[in-house]
Each structure stands twice: as C-alpha cells, then as structure tokens.
Ligand binder design. Structure first.
Ligand SMILES: *Cc1c(COP(=O)(O)O)cnc(C)c1O
Length: 505
C-alpha cells in the first residue's frame, strides 16, 4: 500500500490537510452560465462518429478538467454556498475518500480475519454517537446510509416493523416476514400514520417507499407562528385512534428555519410516555439539527442545548454525514436502540457464502442496511471525527452559528430586509430565513443574490409568501470575511447596484 502514499499527489494532498486553513476564500459559489453551456455542448453526441469509440485516459482527464469541472457548483470550494444544507468537505475526509476509491473496499460481511473495515465503521459510528451525546452502548443498531433520506427510510421501516410486531406479540418479526398487508391484517391495523410537525419532504418520500404512503404523514403543527412545534393535544388525539398504529417523527432541525419540533427534555419525556402508552415508535430526523449538541455548553448556546435535550429518548435517529459533519457525498448515519428490529427488516437471509462467524460482535452491514455490496462510506467520517474531535467540531459548528446570528442581527436591524420569524437570536442555529421588505425586490431576491455568483441561497415560502434562506454548513466558514461579503451583497442588491467582490476589503 506504500505506493499509494508515496505518489506525489497523495503527499501534496496530505500536506494540504495539515495546512487545512490554507484555502481560497473567494472562490465563486456558482459557475458562469457560459461555462455550463460550454460543458453541455462538450458532452458526447450520439450523432458523432466518435461516440463510445473510446479515448485515451489523458484525453478524458483533459475533458473533465477543462470542460466539466468549471461547470460544477462550488459547495466544496466556497464557504458561501448557502443553498439547501450542503456542508463542504474537510480536506482530511477528502483524502480518506481517495483511499476508499483506491482500495475499492467492499463493506458487506463482517470478516474480521480478512479486513478491519467493519471494525472501523463500527468505531466511527460509536464515536459519532458519543460526539452527539447519545449514551454509549444504548445504540447497538447503527449503520451508514447514503444520507438523511436513506436514514429516514430506515427509520420508518423500523418503526413500521416495531409497531406491528408489538401488536402481534413475540419477537418473530412482522412486516419483514409477513409483508405489510399480512402483518396489518393479523394485527387488526387499518392504518399506520406518521405524526410530525414541519417534517422534511424526504419523510413523505420514505413513507411512500416503505408502503405507508405519503398521505400517512400528518402535520400536527402547534400554530402558524411556530409551525415546527409539535402539537401535543393533536398528537394524543391521533395516537388514540382505533385500529391505527403510529410513528412519531420529530423534526430536530427543520429546514426552513432550523427550529426544533420539541423544546427540551420535558417535552421529549412526554413524547416518550405517549409513545409507550400507545405502542408508537419515535424517530428523530436530526439530519443537521442534532449537531447543536456538539456546541460548548455556555450561555450563548444554552437555549439551543435545551432545544435538543431529550432526543436520546427516541427509538431511532437520522444523522447526515455530508452536511455538518463535512464529509463528501454521499454519507448519512442511522441509529436505533433496537438492533433486532433493524435486523428483522434488513436481514439478507439464506446465503451461506455471505455468513460471518457466529461469534461476531459486529453485525454484518448487509443485515442492517439497504445495500449488500457497498462503499466503505465510514472512512471519511472516521477521518473527520479523529481529526476534529470534540473541540474541533464544537469550534466548527460554533463558527457556523456565529455567522448565522450576525447575519440574523443585520437583517433584523435592516431597513431593506426582514428577519423571519422575528425571534430571539439565541434560537438561531445555522439557518437564517428572511425576505425583502419591498415586494418587487422580494419577488426576484433569490435570483438577484445568486446572480452575483459569490454567494448562493435557496428560495422557500414563509406563510404563503416568498422567502430566502441562508444555511451555513461549510467548515470553511470565516465569520468576519463572510459577514462582510454577504452584507455587501445584500446592500448592493437592495440598492440595485452591481456587486463586485474586489470592492470588499
Ligand atoms: C437534508 C435533510 C434531509 C434529506 O437529506 P439528504 O441527505 O439530502 O438525503 C432530511 N431531513 C432533514 C431535516 C434534512 O435537513
């Protein structure tokens, strides 16, 4: 393996990791329209004589470098790509990702005499659980997924399995063996509902995938003012419905505002008590929001810590890797307290050649997740956790919060813009929602901002009107510099002036 580390590019990559803050601050967040058009025109045409005729590797590399690379969006290279919630890539994780491809390690069966890969995965998941304050040993069901959507599919699949198994009695499994129709018929269940507040769109997708249907997702929002908060009275009403089984899905970090479905330990205890009383499963979608738990416990972050308290009372939790953890796409994590439920859903049965030893302490990944063969997805996350540790992640996330709060204060005090919802800055995690006070400007605000190519935002709606969200999630965040650039862009846009990054000191 030494050859891999001795190659010139690998050594320079390593040096870059050591000097991890040596980055170009003002890399554009978006390519120009021209480079996108040129790249599209450079793609092979089925009309051309050379179509699929083959080409030397140098020509392929040249084409990708020259044509395609300049036409990709810059979430990895710029810290000011604030669309969606994308994160960036820590250099050490990028390097580890290269090792993953280089070795082409398949993670499928736990084969401790042949590879350390499953042990690394398991240790990385344990470290992440510890970082997020999920008590050690309490989360034996855990695996790597392709992202939070994948993890939400696992969460609803486990919930579906457990709520029916409970009604059927015994540990023989339910839907995994009998199918959803068979299990529901035997259990006398006519509906499985997913009860949430401001649930992520992927929750509905997951409900469709696991056979519950998008209409099973019910929004129990406390009020128009606080749509992210779970309405407990409505929750209990729904749980009481006869011949109905329930999965409670807590939005721990809602994408429009970054706010939380429950407001602390007491509320989570109430959810737990209701779930136990009515035989429901609690799934937490903490894709990015759960990372508030890595912040230092000081006055500035006291309220955020309160908001994310008690999430460990859930039955399953979604965590995203390619967002705040800042590892490359695609990577997500899933944790559940019930390994047997996870196995009852995902076991890959009756394949003797895929068996691990009976004394294995780590479950084979193919029996606890969607894929059989898959990428060694844990290594870049392992590298990030090892390299940053608790202090590194506390600092990294704190920078994101600091920039978000400074921007929120700027918007709140601005004549041209309005901070939404008008809240205590202490509630702000990494998402800032706002709109222009002028309806004309507001209608084209997202376009005007993104046209500068120096920051990127996504549009959304707030109370039926257009709004803009800034989601800060890149490790490259530079609070002082980014604050200057973003506020200069917002000022230029409000005054209808063109923006030139060279004018920002
Ligand atoms: C991003 C996100 C998802 C979907 O995650 P992917 O990684 O894009 O699959 C789900 N839930 C929440 C709260 C998210 O922020």
């Amino acid at each position: 393996m030494a050859d891999y580390f001795e190659t010139e590019t690998q050594l320079s990559e390593l040096k870059r990791c050591v000097d991890r803050h040596a980055h170009t601050l003002d890399h554009p967040t978006l390519p120009s329209q021209d480079s996108i058009r040129a790249a599209e025109a450079s793609l092979p045409s089925s009309q051309s004589a050379s179509y699929l005729a083959g080409a030397p590797a140098e020509a392929v590399v040249g084409h990708i470098t020259r044509d395609i690379l300049p036409a990709l969006s810059g979430q990895g290279r710029s810290g000011r790509y604030y669309g969606f919630v994308t994160g960036g890539v820590l250099p050490v994780s990028q390097w580890a990702d290269g090792v993953v491809s280089h070795m082409d390690q398949n993670v499928q069966v736990h084969l401790p005499a042949q590879t350390v890969a499953t042990a690394v995965e398991d240790r990385a998941l344990e470290m992440l659980a510890s970082l997020l304050g999920l008590p050690g040993g309490g989360w034996p069901g855990r695996t790597l997924t392709t992202g939070a959507t994948g993890s939400n599919v696992l969460g609803l699949a486990c919930g579906r399995e457990a709520v029916l198994a409970r009604r059927l009695g015994g540990d023989d499994g339910a839907v995994g063996e009998l199918g959803i129709l068979g299990a529901c018929a035997r259990a006398g269940v006519e509906e499985i509902q997913v009860l949430t507040s401001a649930g992520h769109s992927s929750l509905s997708k997951a409900a469709s995938v696991v056979g519950l249907g998008r209409q099973s997702v019910k929004e129990l929002r406390l009020s128009d003012e606080e749509p992210w908060r779970l309405d407990f009275a409505a929750l209990e009403e729904h749980l009481k419905r006869p011949r109905t089984a329930s999965i409670i899905a807590i939005s721990a970090g809602e994408v429009n505002t970054g706010r939380y479905g429950t407001y602390g330990l007491e509320e989570m205890k109430r959810v737990r008590a209701l779930a136990d009383q009515y035989g429901a499963w609690i799934h937490v979608d903490g894709a990015f929001g759960i990372f508030a738990r890595v912040l230092e416990a000081n006055d500035e972050y006291k309220l955020l810590h309160e908001r994310v308290a008690g999430l460990e009372l859930a039955d399953s939790i979604t965590v995203d890797g390619h967002k705040i953890l800042n590892v490359p796409y695609d990577c997500g994590m899933f944790f559940t307290r019930s390994l047997s439920t996870l196995q009852n859903v995902f076991v890959n049965p009756n394949a003797a050649y895929l068996a691990s030893s009976s004394a294995a302490t780590i479950p084979s990944p193919l029996n606890v997740g969607l894929e059989n063969s898959r990428r060694f997805r844990a290594l870049p996350a392992y590298a990030a956790l090892l390299s940053e540790g608790r202090p590194g992640f506390a600092n990294l996330v704190s920078n994101m919060v600091q920039l978000s709060r400074r921007l929120a204060a700027f918007l709140r005090d601005s004549n041209d813009y309005e901070l939404l919802p008008n809240a205590d800055l202490d509630e702000i995690f990494i998402i800032v929602l706002f709109r222009a006070k002028s309806p004309e400007l507001n209608a084209r605000l997202v376009e005007e901002i993104n046209q500068t190519r120096q920051m990127y935002v996504s549009g959304t709606a707030w109370k039926g009107e257009k709004a803009v969200r800034i989601a800060v999630s890149n490790w490259k965040v530079d609070v002082e510099r980014d604050f200057k650039v973003v506020t200069a862009i917002l000022a230029a846009v409000a005054e209808g002036r063109p923006f030139d990054i060279a004018t920002v000191e």
